[in-house]
Design a protein around this ligand. Structure first.
Ligand code: GDD
Length: 395
């Protein structure tokens, strides 16, 4: 048996993007459970988790940490629950990556290598590699020889994709890091006055990072191996990247599941251009022009004459008649965390891809009236827009 764990961390990611790693787990043979581990309020996730569980016909559970324990510490925190199914293998996925998730292929490779863990790896440009974990592997055995997280000087253009498979021995490795930290803290306490003024740079014993604390020290010890993918891979840290990733997934559907695309059967449909996904429960007026790269989620309603291009329309969103939405991302802002989304805006301004996009985020229950164009703006929940908006944040 195999279980999959997706590290969702804090809020702001947006359900459409988490949906892809979760659905990708469906292809794992003998999958018993999918766990999502995060440290934010369960309430927002509860409905989503039960609906995806029904859709995939696999038990999916959200496990909430009382506070962040780090990417490996979070996994360790729930070790007893995860081991209940007595899995031989555990997949671990970051929630904010976009790729083809070659999970069954990774499992086969991992069994051949016979180590404790196998990391999905991709080659990126030398300039962008420093934003990720850079690594060196043996070209013949695929053993991980060297690993550095976001190094200042160039190490390698092969990077960690944030998708892993481990044997349950990973728990022993994480426990080792915690124990070592506790021992060091005790040593300091008896040998100095430091106990009075704890060093803020020293991490708590149960805060364990997968990359720095586990992958780096275990490289070159015949325990970790890599599986390199030649498919697409992107990290999603901004709303703009969600749009790019949505179009990558739509393009992938063309090969893997063309029946999901509005024009997938090769028969041209009026008003639809390029890759377009429309959830069966969404209602799109026949006079609307949709595409390319549009994904329309459950129960959305698209009015007469609307034009949508390069956008994600979330559940229950209504786009009224005649609205032009080019390069629009409609995303539900999660309650109580608008600040994190502003964080994304400032990052957008510096990132090329996002700056060019002119992404718009409409909060929950925002109404855009007829003929109103919204461009490169963020609108917080429950507003009604009756005049055009460009480059603004409406509080
Ligand atoms: N539940 C939980 N608790 N999840 C966490 C926590 C935590 O305390 N801390 C981080 N995560 C989750 C994040 O939501 C994300 O899915 C994943 O763990 C990794 O997040 P970070 O540790 O912030 O690392 P990063 O995203 O900057 O970089 C990692 O991923 C890159 C690929 O996208 C590194 O592993 C890089 O080496 C890698 O290239």
């Amino acid at each position: 048996r195999v279980v999959a764990v997706i590290m969702v961390g804090g809020p702001t990611k947006g359900q459409p993007m988490v949906h892809h790693p979760i659905s990708a787990c469906k292809r794992i043979p003998n999958l018993a459970q999918i766990y999502l581990i995060g440290f934010y309020e369960e309430r927002e996730f509860a409905l989503y988790v039960s609906s995806i569980s029904n859709e995939l016909k696999i038990p999916v559970r959200y496990l909430k940490e009382d506070r962040p324990h780090g990417s490996a510490g979070g996994l360790y925190h729930f070790r007893d629950l995860i081991m209940e199914d007595d899995p031989s293998h555990i997949f671990l996925l970051n929630c904010d990556v976009c790729c083809s998730f070659p999970l069954p292929e990774m499992l086969d490779a991992h069994k051949r290598y016979g180590g404790m863990g196998t990391i999905l790896v991709v080659k990126v440009s030398a300039e962008s590699a420093s934003e990720f974990g850079e690594l060196v592997a043996d070209p013949t055995t695929n053993e991980l020889l060297h690993y550095t997280e976001k190094p200042e000087t160039f190490v390698s253009d092969r990077i960690n994709c944030g998708v892993y498979i481990f044997t349950p021995d990973i728990f022993t490795a994480i426990e080792g890091v915690s124990t070592q930290r506790k021992d060091r803290a005790n040593l300091r306490r008896v040998s100095s006055f430091e106990a009075m003024q704890p060093d803020p740079r020293i991490l708590p014993a149960n805060y364990v990072r997968l990359d720095q604390d586990i992958l780096s020290p275990l490289a070159g010890k015949k325990q970790l191996y890599i599986y390199e993918t030649n498919d697409f891979w992107e990290q999603i840290k901004t709303p703009g990247m969600s749009i790019k990733c949505s179009s990558l997934y739509l393009a992938q559907f063309r090969h893997t599941s063309p029946h999901l695309l509005a024009n997938g059967d090769g028969i041209k449909k009026a008003g639809i251009t390029g890759d377009v996904y429309i959830h069966p429960s969404a209602k799109v007026h026949p006079s609307a022009k949709i595409g390319p790269s549009v994904s329309i989620s459950a129960n959305a309603r698209i009015g007469a004459g609307a034009r949508l291009k390069n956008c994600i329309i979330l559940d229950d969103v209504e786009i009224k008649a005649g609205v032009q939405k080019m390069l629009l991302l409609v995303m539900q802002l999660l309650d109580g965390n608008p600040l994190l989304d502003y964080g994304h805006v400032s990052r957008q301004a510096s990132g090329d891809y996002n700056a060019k996009l002119g992404v718009t985020i409409l909060g929950e229950s925002v109404t855009v009236e007829d003929e109103v164009v919204v461009f490169n703006s963020i609108v917080l929940p429950h507003k009604t827009l009756n005049v055009g908006v460009q480059d603004e944040i409406l509080l």
